[in-house]
Design a protein around this ligand. Structure first.
Ligand SMILES: CC(C)(COP(=O)(O)OP(=O)(O)OC[C@H]1O[C@@H](n2cnc3c(N)ncnc32)[C@H](O)[C@@H]1OP(=O)(O)O)[C@@H](O)C(=O)NCCC(=O)NCCS
Length: 187
């Protein structure tokens, strides 16, 4: 899907550009991104080039994915957030930030802003957004909990990552949810 531009107090979410390749390459060297995100490891320059060209172009022409660059006021790339669309107005959210941009509530701001747009009938008009992470990803879970997601449970050994089978955490946000912080998270 063509990337709609969305703005919040500090951030602009817009299309990923070929010029973002160097930052993507640098950010994806980080052990936390490699630990928690399905990206190649080792992560090479051609991997970054593929991501900012073919992957981003495929996303723009497909109904299966919307991909946003997260940028600061100067236009610098801070990270990425995406929605993988599923049937009947639902989607799964995924996100990561460059190491030096973490711990400033940037992803909390990006996710809250994206959820407003995702459920807006004039935006993406979704009914349900799903969040998942490998078990133990506390930073990601804090972000989802802050956005009002309801924790739904752990799926045992449900994903293979770096040749290991891992449990996954799952949560969801529905259009009518009040966005208050919910109990029940294993944090
Ligand atoms: C997950 C991620 C996007 C969060 O982004 P962020 O902008 O740093 O998030 P926020 O600052 O809004 O909130 C993160 C919170 O988790 C806390 N936190 C981070 N790591 C933590 C840890 N290991 N244990 C406990 N708390 C942790 C931070 O202190 C922060 O809390 P605070 O705002 O109360 O201080 C970022 O950590 C990241 O890119 N991680 C690597 C990739 C990844 O895991 N992506 C998600 C895959 S599901």
């Amino acid at each position: 899907m063509i990337t709609p531009t969305i703005r919040s107090e500090r951030l602009t979410l817009d299309a990923l550009l070929p010029a973002d390749g160097d930052a993507i390459y640098r950010y994806c060297q980080d052990v936390e991104v490699q630990r928690w995100v399905h990206i190649p490891s080792p992560y090479t320059r051609p991997d970054a080039q593929y991501f900012v060209t073919a992957y981003a172009a495929d996303a723009a022409t497909s109904t299966a994915l919307t991909l946003w660059a997260i940028r600061d006021e100067s236009g610098s790339l801070l990270g990425v957030i995406e929605l993988r669309h599923e049937p009947l107005a639902s989607a799964t959210v995924g996100y990561w930030l460059g190491k030096e941009h973490r711990g400033q509530s940037i992803m909390s701001e990006a996710l809250a802003t994206l959820m407003e747009y995702a459920f807006d009938p004039l935006g993406l008009a979704l009914d349900r957004v799903h969040w998942e992470s490998f078990i133990g990803n506390t930073a990601s879970a804090i972000v989802a909990r802050r956005a009002g997601f309801h924790f739904e449970g752990t799926m045992r050994q449900s994903v293979v990552h770096r040749d290991r089978r891992l449990d996954t955490w799952h949560a969801s946000l529905l259009r009518g949810d009040d966005r208050e912080i919910q109990d029940g998270w294993p944090l």
